[in-house]
Design a protein around this ligand. Structure first.
Ligand SMILES: CC(=O)SCCNC(=O)CCNC(=O)[C@H](O)C(C)(C)COP(=O)(O)OP(=O)(O)OC[C@H]1O[C@@H](n2cnc3c(N)ncnc32)[C@H](O)[C@@H]1OP(=O)(O)O
Length: 421
């Protein structure tokens, strides 16, 4: 654990790292907001993050009374291929004051944090990066991507599957139907790698609706999809009215949507496409394989753009590779490089299939050589080891091992992170 008492700040010239205390949270959070060029002020969002911060898993770097570095971790459970829910540190709120940048403060916090995660016995750490270049040096690989789309709904039509017309839609006050939306979300979590089981309090994230973020759009709205009186899906969104000389050009700003079956999901998307006086659906952070991409008449007019999402770090290579399953049998020896967490370095034999896996130290000859960063990228099944080999980042030492591992690691469902943190 990070030390919880002062050593000699000032004398060594290095900020002191220690576990965050509740009475320090405001200074700590102000420092974070400043590093993100924000304005420290009272807000709904601030109140939520105060409630959600896990103090004993958060680190502050202090130079005297000044907080000059912040790093937090949430105790998430992450769905991995095969459907298991695996403990993962959700690394968050990382910042270093501009007065102390590029002196190794981030590096010292990452050192402390990964040692802590190992001590907690969690096999994974995950994060979303403000800039993708920062975290590779600490062994994180980009494990999921998502799509940001701006769909021209004046031109793009949606073809829907049979049963869509049987789904009934109704407006509801988002807070009033939170429980039923959460129940739908909970049923979706095991089915897609990258999804996060909801921790207590996190349901509030879906309702966060500060006026300062609306930029002229409506407050958050919710539509439920029902079949036979049962809620089978929901969409939460805002509508931003806009006009130009040719008429209405409003936007539908999708916050989130989940549904239990394809017809319910299609009914919700069709609704979003058809809202009167709007011309665009802005859907950001959507799964790479979501059905609407194959239901639209013109994908080009949806302007899809791909972005990195969840960065994955195997903190305990053996435990992490054992925690997931493999869609085809795999029996390979990895030679793993891990300069930042040397306890992972060396040879590991992974034997697994769709039922389970074992991953143990071995002295056998290696079949594939790679760094822990590539294992993190491939871990959730969305990035192919073959593609990483094509990029020169994985080396095949036994012929056939690359194809075997690439097929085994792949996920039939694209991994996806449902929300930022
Ligand atoms: C999970 C999250 O919360 S993501 C949010 C990250 N935070 C931010 O983006 C807020 C604004 N930025 C900052 O607070 C800081 O600049 C940080 C946290 C990104 C970096 O902190 P520093 O203490 O300056 O980093 P540190 O000195 O330890 O740098 C370590 C290495 O990373 C490199 N590095 C640091 N930041 C960046 C960056 N933004 N882009 C590229 N490289 C970077 C450094 O050059 C250094 O490289 P070297 O080892 O080859 O010399």
């Amino acid at each position: 654990m990070a030390k919880d008492s002062a050593s000699d700040p000032g004398q060594s010239g290095r900020p002191e790292l220690r576990v965050l205390r509740q009475d320090e949270w405001n200074i700590w959070y102000d420092s974070l907001i400043r590093a993100f060029s924000g304005v420290p002020e009272a807000s709904e969002e601030r109140e939520l993050w105060d409630a959600l911060t896990e103090l004993d898993r958060s680190i502050g770097a202090w130079d005297g009374d000044a907080c000059v570095g912040t790093a937090g971790a949430f105790s998430f459970r992450l769905t991995v291929p095969g459907g298991a829910s695996v403990p993962a540190a959700g690394v968050t709120m990382v910042s270093v004051a501009a007065t102390h940048r590029r002196r190794g403060v981030l590096t010292s916090m990452m050192r402390q944090q990964l040692d802590d995660v190992r001590a907690w016995g969690w096999p994974l750490a995950v994060l979303t990066a403000s800039e993708p270049e920062i975290y590779g040096r600490f062994g994180y690989g980009v494990g999921t991507f998502h799509v940001n789309a701006e769909i021209d709904t004046t031109r793009v039509r949606l073809s829907v599957p049979p049963g869509t017309d049987d789904v009934r839609l109704r407006y509801a006050v988002p807070a009033d139907v939170l429980d039923v939306c959460e129940a739908v979300y909970a049923r979706k979590v095991p089915g897609r790698p990258g999804m996060l089981a909801r921790l207590p309090g996190w349901e509030r994230l879906g309702l966060l609706d500060p006026e300062s973020d609306r930029d002229g759009a409506s407050p958050l709205q919710c539509v439920l999809a029902e079949r036979d009186g049962e809620v089978v899906g929901y969409a939460r969104f805002r509508v931003k009215p806009e006009w130009d000389a040719s008429g209405p050009k409003g936007s539908v700003l999708l916050r989130d949507t989940e549904a239990l079956d394809p017809a319910a999901q299609a009914a919700l998307w069709r609704f979003l496409f058809d809202i009167d006086l709007t011309a665009t659906v802005k859907a950001y952070g959507r799964p790479m394989d979501e059905a609407w991409q194959h239901q639209v008449s013109d994908i080009r007019r949806c302007a899809p753009r791909v972005r990195d999402s969840l960065h994955v770090r195997l903190v305990d290579v053996g435990a992490a590779l054992e925690a997931r399953t493999y869609q085809a049998p795999v029996d390979v020896v990895f030679e793993v490089e891990d300069a930042f967490c040397p306890w992972n370095a060396g040879r590991w034999r992974l034997s697994g299939d769709a039922k389970g896996a074992s991953c143990e130290r071995t002295t056998d000859a290696a079949d594939l050589s790679l760094s822990v960063r590539e294992l993190g990228a491939a871990y959730l099944g969305g990035v192919s080891l073959g593609a990483l080999a094509g990029a020169g980042r994985v080396r095949e030492l036994r012929q056939g091992a690359l194809a075997e591992a690439s097929v085994g690691f792949a996920s039939a469902v694209a991994p996806w992170l449902p929300h930022g943190f």
